[in-house]
Design a protein. Structure first.
Ligand code: SF4
Length: 238
């Protein structure tokens, strides 16, 4: 038992050093170069996490690893458009979409903790419906990729293109960390990519239905998420 733990700890230390070194060495690399590095290091032992806001990262990842796993956390509260986007991405791109469910349905959660937990305790709701499912699925990989960008918000302004995810003990890739909004739009246009239709219906960022509203004039793209509360992140990237 102790041998196994020691080996695991050694592997974790090696992964952390790898992530820290790559974070510096790949800072100026393109998104494709960063993802190619992931294939060199991990083969197919990594995944993409997608909120199905757009298909940019899934498309980039499929270029370096056709059939790459794209993880979608189905909280039970998504807009119909987001579920449709999930199905369209699975049908159109050479990726394997993995829908991950919370341990309890919304009905079961309501019965156990009362209705509308997202209004009373959004942190607890996100922990049950996003954070735990992600943690569960990530145990199957050595690295994961997210579409976080420095332009998203002040709290994301310093993210690295490759980093150590201390929460999940694995490598975290942020291949489009340096991309601007214009970079994203240009890539979507160049490749004719699927985009969640809610983005052209007044929404700036897409999350769960009860916690996402359309933007008011002049608001930042993420202002419609948990509006009127101090919460700005779901806890997936903490
Ligand atoms: Fe619950 Fe809202 Fe978090 Fe979705 S975004 S998991 S509804 S609190």
């Amino acid at each position: 038992m102790s041998e196994t733990i020691a080996r695991d700890q050694s592997a974790v230390t090696d992964l952390r050093r790898l992530a820290e070194r790559a974070g510096n060495e790949l800072e100026s690399a393109s998104a494709i170069e960063i993802l190619r590095w992931a294939v060199e290091q991990f083969g197919s032992d990594w995944c993409v996490a997608s909120s199905m806001e757009d298909s940019v990262l899934a498309h980039l990842a499929s270029r370096v690893l056709p059939g790459v796993d794209v993880v979608f956390l189905d909280t039970g509260y998504h807009f119909a458009e987001t579920l449709g986007m999930r199905d369209a991405v699975d049908a159109v791109l050479p990726v394997s979409v993995r829908t991950v469910l919370p341990l309890r349905t919304v009905t079961e959660q309501d019965a156990q903790l009362g209705p509308r937990l997202h209004e009373r305790a959004p942190g607890a709701c996100c922990a049950l419906r996003k954070v735990e499912p992600l943690r569960r699925v990530l145990t199957q990989y050595r690295a994961w990729a997210s579409g976080l960008r420095r332009a998203d918000s002040a709290s994301r302004a310093r993210i690295k293109v490759v980093d150590w995810d201390a929460k999940h003990h694995m490598v975290k890739l942020n291949p489009i960390a340096a991309w601007t909004d214009d970079d994203v739009d240009a890539y979507i246009a160049e490749h004719g990519l699927l985009v969640n239709p809610l983005l052209s219906d007044g929404y700036g960022s897409i999350g769960c239905g009860p916690c996402t509203r359309r933007l008011l004039p002049g608001e930042h793209s993420r202002a419609g998420r948990w509006a009127g509360t101090p919460k700005t992140e779901c806890g997936l990237h903490a």
